[in-house]
Design a protein around this ligand. Structure first.
Ligand SMILES: NC(=O)c1ccc[n+]([C@@H]2O[C@H](COP(=O)([O-])OP(=O)(O)OC[C@H]3O[C@@H](n4cnc5c(N)ncnc54)[C@H](O)[C@@H]3O)[C@@H](O)[C@H]2O)c1
Length: 425
C-alpha cells in the first residue's frame, strides 16, 4: 500500500532562479584565478622551534602543469577514504593532480601511539621517502601560494572547522567529501563562509560521474515519457543492523541514500522547495527500532523506497536496502515507461565484479568499495584539478557543488521524519 505525503509549506523559489544563483555563485570565484599560474604550495617546517624562522621548502607540483593538492584527514591505510585519495594521486592515477602534503590531525597527534597510528606513520615514512610527500599534523604548518585544492576527507563532524582552517591557510579551491557536514545549518554556514572568501567548494559525490548513472540518464532522455529508478543495495546481514544503525546514527537518508539524493538534486532539480509529492513505498520499506552495541535504541530504515515528484513534473524513485545484496553491494538504474522496463544499467557489471573479487582476494584488508569505485574517485579528482588548472568558470563537469550538497542534505532532513512517520511499524 502506498501513501502520498504533501509538503506542508511552499516557498516560491523557482528552479530557474536557483540554477542562475548556483551558476553565479560558481562563476564568481573561479574567474579570479589566472590559468597560467601554476601550483606553489609550500610546507613550513614543524613549529618545534617557534623563534627560528622556518625555512620554506619547495614541494612537488609547481611548474609541472599540475594542480597542488593538500589532503586533510587521511585516515588509516587501506581503510580511510582520504588514504585512498592519497594513494591514487601518489600512484599517478590523477594526471592533473600533485599531492604535495597530507595533514593528518589525529594519527599524527593523539592517535599516533595506537596500532592504526603506527600503521599510518609507517606508510607516511614510506611515501616521504618514495615521493617526497610532506606529512603534517596541523594546517598551521603549511604555507600555500597559487592555485591549491584542499581535499577534506576527515570525519564529517570535523568538516565545518576544517573548511575554515583550509581557507585560512590560503587554499583556493576545496573538494569536500560527502555529505559535507552533519546538518543543514552547518553546511549552510560553511557554504556562506566559503562564498564570502571566494573559495569554490566541489563535492565528492561519486555517483554523479559514475557510468551506470550517466548511461541511464542518457537513455531516459532518449525515451519520451520514461521514469527513472535508482536502486542501492548494501550487503549487511540482518543481525548486523543494530550495529549499523548506531554507527550510522545520522540515518539511512543522510548516509547510504544521500548519494541518490545528490543525483536527484543535481540532475532532476529536486529541492525541498520544489517537491510536489513524496510517495513512500510501504510494501518495499522496512523501518525498525533496534538496540545498538551501546544498549541504546535506534530507529532507522533497513530498507526504504519512495518516489519524489517535483513541481515541474520530474518523477524519480529511490530504493535503498541495507541488506539487499549478498555479494558486496550493487547499484542499479532502471528506465521504464508505464512500469515496463526499457533500460537497465548496473554496477558492478560482470567484468568489474570479477576484477573487484580478484582484488579483494589479493588484498582482503582493503575496503572493498575502493575497488568498486576506483575509477569514479579518479574521475572526480581529475575533473576538479583539471578544471582549476583551466581557469574556466563554473564547476567541474558533473560534480556537485556545495550548493547542491546543501539542497541534498535539506531533502534528506525533510524526508527522514516524513518517511519515518509514514513507514514505522
Ligand atoms: N565518496 C565515498 O564513496 C565515500 C566513502 C567513504 C567515506 N566517505 C566520506 O569520507 C570522509 C572520511 O570517511 P572515513 O570513513 O575515511 O573516515 P575515518 O573515520 O576513517 O577518518 C577520518 C579522519 O578522522 C580522524 N579520526 C579518526 N579517528 C579519530 C578519533 N578517535 N578521534 C579524533 N579523530 C579521529 C582522522 O584524522 C582521520 O583522518 C567522510 O566525510 C565520509 O562521509 C566518502
Amino acid at each position: 500500500m502506498q501513501q502520498t505525503c504533501r509538503p506542508s509549506w511552499v516557498v516560491a523559489t523557482s528552479r530557474l532562479q536557483m540554477s542562475i544563483a548556483l551558476l553565479l555563485c560558481a562563476l564568481a570565484p573561479a574567474t579570479a584565478h589566472d590559468a597560467s599560474r601554476l601550483s606553489h604550495s609550500r610546507v613550513l617546517q614543524p613549529s618545534s622551534a617557534p623563534n627560528t624562522p622556518a625555512p620554506l621548502e619547495r614541494l612537488r607540483g609547481g611548474g609541472d602543469g599540475k594542480c597542488d593538492v593538500i589532503l586533510v584527514g587521511c585516515g588509516v591505510p587501506k581503510r580511510g577514504m582520504g588514504w585512498y585519495h592519497a594513494k591514487q594521486m601518489l600512484d599517478g592515477d590523477v594526471p592533473s593532480a600533485s599531492l604535495t602534503c597530507v595533514v593528518e590531525p589525529w594519527f599524527l597527534g593523539k592517535g599516533a601511539d595506537s596500532p592504526p597510528g603506527k600503521a599510518f606513520k609507517a606508510w607516511a615514512d614510506e611515501m616521504t621517502a618514495k615521493h617526497g610527500t610532506r606529512f603534517c599534523q596541523d594546517l598551521s604548518e603549511i604555507e600555500i601560494k597559487g592555485p591549491t585544492l584542499a581535499l577534506i576527507s576527515g570525519r564529517t563532524a570535523d568538516n565545518p572547522r576544517l573548511l575554515k582552517e583550509v581557507i585560512a591557510a590560503g587554499v583556493t579551491h576545496i573538494y569536500l567529501e560527502k555529505p559535507g557536514a552533519p546538518s543543514v545549518a552547518e553546511l549552510e554556514e560553511m557554504m556562506e563562509y566559503a562564498k564570502s572568501k571566494g573559495v569554490p567548494v566541489y563535492m565528492g559525490y561519486n555517483k554523479n560521474v559514475t557510468p551506470y548513472v550517466l548511461k541511464a540518464l542518457e537513455a531516459q532522455q532518449k525515451i519520451p515519457g520514461s521514469a527513472i529508478e535508482f536502486i542501492h543495495n548494501n550487503a549487511y546481514k540482518v543481525e548486523e543492523l543494530g550495529e549499523c544503525f548506531e554507527r550510522n546514527a545520522e540515518g539511512m537518508l543522510k548516509n547510504m541514500a544521500i548519494h541518490e539524493l545528490a543525483l536527484l538534486a543535481t540532475y532532476f532539480g529536486v529541492t525541498v522547495d520544489n517537491i510536489a509529492t513524496v510517495t513512500p513505498d510501504a510494501e518495499f520499506s522496512n523501518c525498525l527500532t533496534l538496540v545498538g552495541p551501546s544498549g541504546k535504541e535506534f530507529t532507522d530504515f533497513a530498507k526504504v523506497g519512495f518516489t519524489v515528484t517535483t513541481k515541474d513534473g520530474n518523477s524519480v524513485t529511490v530504493k535503498a536496502d541495507r541488506c539487499g545484496s549478498t555479494s558486496g553491494g550493487n547499484s542499479i538504474a532502471i528506465v521504464s515507461v508505464n512500469g515496463v522496463e526499457k533500460f537497465r544499467s548496473e554496477t558492478p557489471d560482470e567484468k568489474l565484479k570479477a576484477h573487484c573479487d580478484a582484488m579483494a582476494k589479493a588484498d582482503p584488508e582493503m575496503m572493498p568499495y575502493f575497488f568498486l569505485q576506483h575509477d569514479d574517485y579518479i574521475t572526480l579528482k581529475e575533473r576538479a584539478t583539471a578544471h582549476i588548472l583551466s581557469g574556466k568558470g563554473g564547476s567541474p563537469e558533473g560534480m556537485a557543488t556545495i550548493s547542491i550538497a546543501l539542497e541534498t542534505l535539506k531533502v534528506a532532513e525533510y524526508l527522514t521524519p516524513m518517511l519515518t512517520e509514514a513507514l514505522k511499524k
